[in-house]
Design a protein around this ligand. Structure first.
Ligand SMILES: Nc1ncnc2c1ncn2[C@@H]1O[C@H](COP(=O)(O)OP(=O)(O)OP(=O)(O)O)[C@@H](O)[C@H]1O
Ligand SMILES: [Zn+2]
Length: 709
């Protein structure tokens, strides 16, 4: 860099550093530097006794109120090494991080540093040079020539129509942008039923962006969906470099892929929610697949929604963003209703195949036997047998892993409670353990009741392990496989298991929601949800929306091949066959379901008609957590926006105690986003102060737009 023109050899730099939340350091810190480094540069700086990696941040505008007092130069410390080999992070990247930090009420340093690959924060300039050299070698060895895309299927008329509308949107945007002030293309909500070929739309839109020399970011909700999507993109775009970004990569891979995107060498980035922060200087398109999926919400630290940030990022960069789903979130659906988003639809399956016929089986018809939980009704077993005879596959969905959720003594009433949590430990038969799914506490299964010595302790209810066992007993000729978090713990296990299903080596696949999403199974003609009722009566207002999406998506795994679509079925075993949710499902009618849910939300004043945040508190005792929340509520009452923003009394979380920590939360509700944000901003300093006063408090956090209430 040529610094000869810099008149003042010593300048001030604002540097974003990852200071722990309790330190109260919010804004970037001032340092002295002999070089005028551009914002976005990585530098090492001293903080206390440590040396940390930080990011040079933008100078405050001249008229800004300085936060706190401005220190004289003599009070500032000099920066350390700068990582000059790395091009600075772009202005739009920094604006995205500024927004995310302020919206989710965290410090920008914490968020910005936490979304960089961990290894990048540990390297000095020399080590970084080494990594870059390695990257260039890799890029040379796997040279991509930008060759045109491989063979692609003829678009269906609906796909062609959607793509034409996408093009029209871009053209209109460009035409209106003569002044350079247009807001960017409206976000697109692609509502396509399962198997309608949404992925082909993503591929074509990506191709369009690649042809213009731009980079493409594709987000998927779950890590286990990245390999198959990566394969589809890689097959199509052989002349282009594709990298993935998710938490399953080794630290070295993550750094390499991140650098490839940052240097513009990777043209396609596929990843889970953290990839929304990937540095992509030539970004031209963002795709968010299964946009309704709750996994897009981060559940600790900065509790961001990657879907919402994707929309914001697209707006910043003025590039199109496509949100795809068969069952859009009600927030996005409502945005499309009001015209903020542009709705495009793929109402039919590729090849014109029918949606699976829904069969609701009334469990009340089963003869009741004391103490016996019937997993599979006879008619369902008969339907499974029919598939077996025809050589077709079935999928059985049960959202509960392990053998049984509770172990129970019929003599004294003992149950397998976790000593550290307000939850039962789950019986895992495979390794004969009782395991708590909240704190991880695990013990060997006792031979007899620990309270009364009764030898006869029995599992209550069923999980996927038990279902697998029951199926094997009822249909001994079937090849049964189970896919859940337990069966896929080892690296590569999931790919192998999915491979076996695709290869036709499995007749019946049992699993949790892992198997209901996104997979393009071609030979499944029967999907069954054997115990979906629990969510019907949840206290969480989003539970019906989530259940509907999950069941629609599960149903969507059946009959994906038009040849077998006509005889594909979705079975529901339920105690509440008349429930309105199941009735809309019966008609595959998302629109009717969304309409009725939105009407309920509107009359109850719930999102998207109001805006929520949660203040969470964790302490060793209920009193300590409650004391903090009550003091916080009193303070909120004194703030200017207290007239419009409602703060509810503290309540225990649904699992109140985890690992001996009591967890309480307080709901904050506002008719407008602006009032909520203002109140939170004014509240934060007091919350930090209250934390210091309430010694018994372990942690507190604010969750903006919380998903689970
Ligand atoms: N134009 C086309 N011609 C032929 N086959 C196509 C076409 N578009 C998509 N397909 C095929 O149709 C199948 C379903 O498409 P895809 O997986 O994209 O659906 P989807 O809408 O993403 O479904 P889901 O929401 O269930 O994940 C895939 O096997 C895909 O290869
Ligand atoms: Zn526990």
């Amino acid at each position: 860099m040529d610094l000869s023109g810099v008149s003042n050899p010593i300048c001030r730099l604002r540097v974003a550093v990852d200071a722990p939340q309790h330190s109260g350091i919010g804004a970037p810190l001032d340092y002295l530097s002999e070089q005028a480094l551009p914002p976005g540069s990585l530098v090492q700086v001293p903080l206390g006794k440590r040396e940390l990696t930080g990011i040079v941040w933008d100078p405050l505008p001249a008229d800004a109120d300085a936060e706190g007092q401005v220190l004289p130069d003599t009070a500032l410390r000099p920066i350390g090494q700068a990582l000059l080999e790395l091009p600075p992070l772009t202005l739009n990247w920094r604006r995205l991080l500024d927004f995310a930090a302020s919206y989710y009420q965290r410090s920008v340093g914490e968020v910005a540093l936490s979304v960089l690959p961990p290894q990048l924060r540990e390297l000095d300039a020399k080590q970084l040079q080494g990594r870059l050299k390695k990257l260039h070698k890799w890029v040379e060895a796997e040279a991509k020539d930008g060759a045109p895309s491989a063979q692609r299927p003829e678009l269906s008329p609906a796909q062609a129509e959607v793509l034409a509308q996408l093009d029209a949107l871009l053209l209109a945007e460009r035409a209106s942008d003569a002044t350079g002030s247009a807001p960017g293309p409206a976000p697109v909500l692609l509502h396509g039923v399962t198997g309608s070929g949404k992925t082909e739309v993503y591929l074509r839109a990506a191709e369009h962006a690649l042809n213009q020399g731009r980079q493409v970011l594709v987000l998927v909700p779950e890590i286990n969906l990245t390999p198959q999507l990566e394969a589809r993109f890689a097959e199509r775009f052989q002349g282009h470099r594709i990298v993935s970004l998710h938490s399953g990569l080794t630290p070295a891979q993550r750094l390499r892929n991140w650098l490839a995107a940052h240097l513009g060498q990777a043209e396609l980035v596929l990843g889970t929610r953290l990839a929304v922060f990937a540095s992509m200087p030539r970004l031209g398109l963002i795709v968010v697949d299964e946009e309704h999926d709750p996994s897009y919400k981060q559940q600790d630290g900065a509790r961001y929604s990657a879907r919402d940030l994707a929309v914001y990022r697209a707006h910043l960069e003025r590039v199109p963003v496509i949100l795809g789903s068969a069952t859009p979130s009600l927030e996005s659906w409502q945005h499309a209703n009001t015209g903020r988003y542009r709705r495009l639809a793929l109402p039919q399956r590729i090849g014109g195949g029918a949606m699976p016929r829904l069969r609701i089986y009334d469990m009340n018809l089963l003869p009741r036997k004391q103490g016996v939980t019937t997993a599979l009704a006879q008619p369902l077993l008969a339907a499974l047998r029919e598939r077996l005879q025809r050589g077709e596959q079935s999928l059985i969905f049960l959202n509960r892993r392990g053998y049984a959720p509770v172990l129970h003594c019929g003599e004294c009433g003992w149950k397998s409670e976790c000593p550290h949590c307000s939850a039962y430990r789950v019986f895992h038969k495979g390794d004969r353990t009782l395991r708590c799914h909240h704190c991880g506490f695990s013990e060997r299964v006792p031979r007899a009741c620990p309270d009364c010595g009764n030898q006869d302790i029995a599992p209550l209810g069923q999980g996927t392990e038990r279902l697998e066992e029951q199926l094997a007993a009822a249909l001994p000729e079937a090849r049964v496989a189970r896919i859940d978090a337990d069966s896929t713990r080892l690296k590569g296990a999931l790919e192998a298991q999915l491979g076996a299903v695709h290869a036709g080596e499995v007749d019946i696949l049992v699993g949790t929601q892992m198997i209901t999403k996104g997979h393009d199974f071609r030979r499944i003609t029967l999907v069954a949800a054997v115990n979906p009722d629990a969510a019907l009566f949840s206290s969480d207002f989003r539970a019906p929306e989530r259940l509907f999406a999950l069941l629609m998506q599960a149903a969507g795994r059946a009959g994906r091949d038009a040849e077998v679509a006509a005889r594909s079925e979705m079975w529901l075993q339920t105690w509440h066959p008349q429930h309105a949710l199941y009735q809309s499902l019966l008609r595959h009618d998302f629109e009717a379901f969304a309409k009725s849910q939105l009407a309920e939300r509107e009359s109850a004043g719930l999102p998207p008609y109001s805006h929520l945040a949660l203040l969470r508190a964790e302490a060793r005792t209920v009193e300590a957590a409650q004391g903090f929340l009550e003091a916080a509520a009193r303070h909120a009452g004194t703030l200017p926006d207290a007239q419009t923003v409602l703060v509810y009394p503290p309540v225990p979380m649904s699992v109140a105690r985890v690992a001996n920590v009591e967890r309480l939360q307080m709901l904050v509700e506002s008719p407008t986003r602006g009032a909520l944000q203002r109140l939170l901003w004014q509240w934060m300093p007091e919350l930090h102060a209250l934390k210091r006063e309430h010694k018994g408090l372990l942690r507190w956090a604010v969750d903006v737009d919380p998903l689970a209430i």
